[in-house]
Design a protein around this ligand. Structure first.
Ligand code: SKM
Length: 279
């Protein structure tokens, strides 16, 4: 298998490590390389070169998850609804786009915090309204959660997300200030922006002063593994859900799309955490 990652920058990605472990576990040979496309290069030409280079598939990351869509031959339903692609597979010369961030997030949540799935009417808050937020909203709505609010700096982007779900949800759109003031209403709070990511480790998008201690707080940022946001959540007694678990399960789904093999991912969680902590 010839696999890779399209994005910019991609040098710090953990995907080569993860997929090399998966290849080993599946007893397959292959490679996963970094396919950096710089913003000043022609995305179309560079992508063409990659396509002609006999890749079986590749991941797509920031900033190209939306931009790649017109260059694909077909899209899976979820990727179409979400409007973002992070996994591309080549089938009989056709390039097909998927979104595994969405299922990856939901699976990691199910693995780490199964209790939340017992009450689909629990109150969920998504902070942010970018591509990751769209995927997570879609995934949670598909999983049957019905009360999902969105807080964002600009409200129009948040309003757009609501159309992402096929399933009906009750959704209020809030400003960050409004969300901050009523945090005790939420059982699950998900931070989907890049606020708090290295090197800005002293930033948090909102204060968690008002959360209740039975809530779960999730941050999709995984560098550092313990963001300021998650640290505050722990200090308040809440349970935390780490971003690197989402990375792991989106990779598991991508690998399955490329190879038709579902490899166990749980055992990689600890080693992945150690790698991140060592950085
Ligand atoms: O969606 C994933 C992508 O598949 C790989 C990745 C990475 O290696 O940093 C991050 C996410 O965008």
């Amino acid at each position: 298998y010839k696999l890779g990652l399209v994005g910019y920058p991609v040098t710090n990605s953990l995907s080569p490590w993860i997929h090399e472990q998966f290849l080993k576990k599946a007893g397959l040979t292959g490679s996963y390389s970094l396919l950096e496309i710089e913003p000043n290069e022609s995305f179309e030409n560079e992508l063409d070169r990659i396509k002609k280079n006999h890749f079986d598939g590749f991941n797509v990351t920031v900033p190209y998850k939306k931009q790649i869509i017109p260059f694909l031959d077909d899209l899976d339903d979820a990727a179409r609804m979400i409007g973002a692609v992070n996994t591309v597979v080549q089938q009989n010369g056709k390039w097909i786009g998927y979104n595994t961030d969405s299922t990856g997030f939901v699976t990691s949540l199910r693995r780490e915090h199964p209790s939340i799935f017992q009450d689909k009417q629990c109150h969920i808050l998504i902070i942010g309204a970018g591509g990751a937020a769209r995927g997570i909203f879609y995934g949670l709505a598909e999983a049957g959660f019905s009360q999902i609010d969105i807080a964002n700096r600009t409200q129009s982007a948040a309003e757009n997300i609501v159309s992402t779900g096929k399933q009906k949800t009750e959704t209020s759109i809030l400003s960050l200030k409004e969300a901050e003031a009523k945090l005790n209403a939420y059982d699950l709070i998900i931070q989907t922006t890049n606020v708090g990511m290295k090197p800005n480790i002293n930033e948090a998008i909102i204060s968690l002063d008002r959360i209740h201690n039975a809530s779960i707080v999730s941050d999709i940022v995984y560098q550092p593994i313990e963001t300021k946001f998650l640290l505050e959540a722990s200090q308040k007694g809440a349970a935390v859900h780490y971003g690197h678990t989402m990375l792991l399960y989106q990779a598991q789904y991508a690998f399955e799309i490329w190879t038709s093999k579902k490899v166990p991912a749980d055992a990689l969680k600890q080693p992945l955490q150690s790698i991140l902590e060592g950085r």
